[in-house]
Design a protein. Sequence first.
Length: 576
Amino acid sequence: MVLPDDDRSTGQNNPSVPQTYGLFDRRLINTLDILTREAFNQLGSTTQNIFFVGDGIQRAAISNAFDLLDPRTWAPDNVLRMTSMIVRQAGRISKLFTSPQASHLAWHELQNKIEVFLLVRNLASVLGITQDGAIDLPRLVEKAYSLPPFQALWALEGLGHDYAASVWRLHGPQKRLLWEENAVVPESSLLMLHAGLGLFLADSLLGSETPPLVPHSSASRFSAVIETFVTLARDNARQGYLGPVIESLGLTTRELYPEMVDPVHRALNECAPELIGYYWHGVGRSLYFSRRYFLPVLSTVWAGIDSEIRNAAEQQHAMAGLAWGVILVNMRQPEIIEAMLCDNIANSPLQDGFANGVASSIIMRQNTTPDAPFIGSLCAHRPLDQRVTALWDRLVSTPCELGLDRYYPVLEKHHVLGEVFRYHDLAEFTARIEGGPARHRENCTGEVRVIDPWTWQDPLGFSQGMDVRRGRRVLYCAGQTSVDANGNPLYPHDMAKQINQALDNLETVLKSAGLTLSNVVRLHYYATDMTAFLQAASAYAPRLAAAGCKPAAMALGVTGLFRPELMIEIEATAVA
C-alpha cells in the first residue's frame, strides 16, 4: 500500500506540524505495509482475492492514529483529558516500534486471525460444498475432521452455517434440524455445528427480513424478529445445545449490525431474559474479530468492552466471550496470550470474566478436538517473565486445570455443554447438577463438603460451613494485604483493587505450598470500611467462584491495619 503524497504529512511542507510527527507517521505506515506484505507473501496468492486487511482498513486506522502521533497531543494539559482507549492504543504503537518481541507477537496474532478468516471464507472449496445441491452433513463433518485440529473447529462452525442455509433454501424453515434423527454426526461436532446454525439464523433474520431491521425500527418489530429467532433456535437445537445458537446472535449483531446491539438486547430481554448471557458472550467474541479492532498494531479491543458495553454483568459475559476469541485463535502461541495479560488484563476489573472464558473455551476445544496437542501445551505453559507467573497461574493455568479436570466431565455427563457459551459460576453450576445444595469438592487426600442451608450468601462469595474430612494437611496463612513484593502499599482508597491484590498475594503463598484457592476452606476479612467492602463484592466474589473457592468466611470491621493506606486484610486457612 502506498499513500498519496498529500497523506504523507512529513512536516516539511507544513510548518505547523513538528518534524518528529512526520517521522513517526511514516514508521506507522511502514509497519502496516510490512504486515500486509508479509501476509501476502506467507499466505499465498489466493489470499489476495479475499484478504480484507487492505487499503480501506489501513487508511482508516492511520487516519484515527494521526492525533496520537502528534507530539502536541502529549502536552501535559492534553494527557489528562485522554481516554484510556487512546492511552492504550498509543502505548501499543510505541511498544511495537521499540520491541522486536512485540512486533513478532503482533505479526503472529494477525497471522492467526487471518488463518481463521480465510478458512471460513474458503470453506466451500475446502470441503467441496456446492451452492445448489443438498449437503451430506455426516460426510462433510468427517471431511472437516480430516483437517488439522486447529482448522477443524472453525470448519465445523462454517459447516453448520452452510448446512442450515442449504436445507432452508431447499425445504424452507425447519424443526429438529440438528436433532439426532436428522444429524447423525459425532457428538464432538455438535457445539460448533450449533454455533454455525445460530450464525445462519441471525444473519438471515437480521439481514433478510422484509422490511429489513434498521436501528430505528419499532420495538415491536425487533420483538417480532427476535421472538422468531428464539423460536427457531429452540425448535432446531438439540437438548443442551441452545447456548451456542443464541451466542451467535450476539456475534452476528455486533459484527454486521453494531448499531442494533442494544435494540436486539432489549427485544431478547423481553422474550427470553434467561438467554441474555449467551447474547453478550457472543458480542464479546465478536469484538476480537471485528474489523474495528482487527489489526494488532492498533489493538484497542479490550477498551471496546468499556466503550461499547455499559452494564457490569454484561461486561463480564462479554469479557468471557472476548477471552474465547483470544484463546481459541492464539492457543498455539501462548506467548501472545501472556503479553495480553500484561498489557490488558493485569489491572482489569473483569479478570473473572477472562478466567471464565479461558476455562469454557478450553472445555469447548477439548470436546471438539480432543486430540489437539496445543491444548496441553497451553495449559502447561510457564511464562518466561516471572512477574507474570502469578497472573498466568490464576487466569490461565488454574482455569485450564479446573475446566478440563473438574467441569468438563460433569457437563459432558449431563449433556449441558452448551452452558459454556455464557459467563457464570461453573463450579457452582457443576456442583449443583451433580449433587444439589450440599456440594462436594474432592481434594488430593480429603473431601470438603459445603454446608449452605440458605442462598443469601452466594452473591458475597462465601459458604456457611465447610465440612473437612480425612484432611491430612492444613495451611494457616498470615493475613495478606494490598502490598507489592517489598511490602509497599498499593492502590490507596480503592477497596476493589486492594482486595484483588491481597488475593494475588494469598495465591502466591498458596502456590509456594503447592496449593491453590480451591484448597481454601476459611477466609477472614478485616476491613476498615465495611460499606466499601460490601460494595466491592462483585469485584472479588466471581473470581473466587471461578477458582472453585467458596469458603466459610467472616467479615469484621476494624479501625485500622498496619499501614494507614490499607483498607483490607485477608486471612486464609487451606486444606489438602
